[in-house]
Write a protein that binds this ligand. Structure first.
Ligand code: 5GP
Length: 195
């Protein structure tokens, strides 16, 4: 997605060889026009024989793009919560997600009321690094007995193992940009045909 690549080059800050900071348009301040384009792109990229009935993301940074995709596809958007729910755990699907940036595991939860076996779910997330967040969301879809249409990622860091892990597990992955390297303080993208 060309405009997203340009935005990353213009406003993204490469913090290290592994970490890209995009808080001026995605992770703290949001660019609503870019989010609207991202929603259109996710909606047009997904190849699904069955009608998608729900978008699933994880709070907080996935919500904006998921919402825009939900508008495009005309379906509700559910976000997994990171804070422990005070309701009974048997009313929720729970998955454990290990965060390398925080070096800790945490539970993500989704109420059983919002994903059911009839659902065909499109997962959306902001970053794909080692794949733990996406695999946690996919586990929730599986626990619900729902089907998975695919996983839409705004920024895939293709030099980390998450993308391969998800593709090898058989999940269709739709990444809007794939970063080949963050070396020397510069984001380098995969060629279009490699996407
Ligand atoms: P994973 O579970 O795939 O290892 O990492 C995905 C999550 O980690 C994303 O939802 C995002 O919150 C965070 N993350 C991983 N790498 C980066 C990065 O380079 N920059 C930012 N801003 N977040 C990242």
């Amino acid at each position: 997605m060309k405009i997203l690549q340009e935005k990353i080059l213009q406003d993204g800050i490469v913090l290290s060889n592994d970490v890209l900071k995009v808080d001026s348009f995605l992770n703290h301040q949001l660019d609503p026009f870019l989010m609207a384009e991202i929603g259109k792109e996710f909606a047009s990229k997904v190849k699904s024989g069955k009608k998608i009935t729900k978008i699933l993301t994880i709070e907080a940074s996935g919500i904006a793009a998921a919402l825009m995709t939900g508008i495009e596809l005309g379906v509700p958007v559910v976000f997994a919560r990171k804070k422990k729910s005070i309701t009974m755990s048997d009313q929720n699907y729970v998955a454990q997600v290990y965060s390398f940036t925080k070096q800790e595991s945490s539970d993500i939860t989704v109420s059983k009321r919002f994903i059911t076996p009839e659902d065909h779910v499109y997962i959306i997330d902001d970053f794909l690094a080692r794949g733990a967040a996406s695999l946690g969301l996919a586990s929730i879809v599986e626990q619900a007995g729902a089907s998975l249409a695919g996983i839409g990622i705004i920024i895939e860091k293709a030099f980390q193992e998450g993308g391969n892990k998800l593709r090898e597990a058989g999940y269709p992955v739709y990444s809007l940009v794939r970063i080949k390297s963050l070396k020397n303080g510069v984001a380098e993208f995969m060629e279009e045909e490699e996407n």
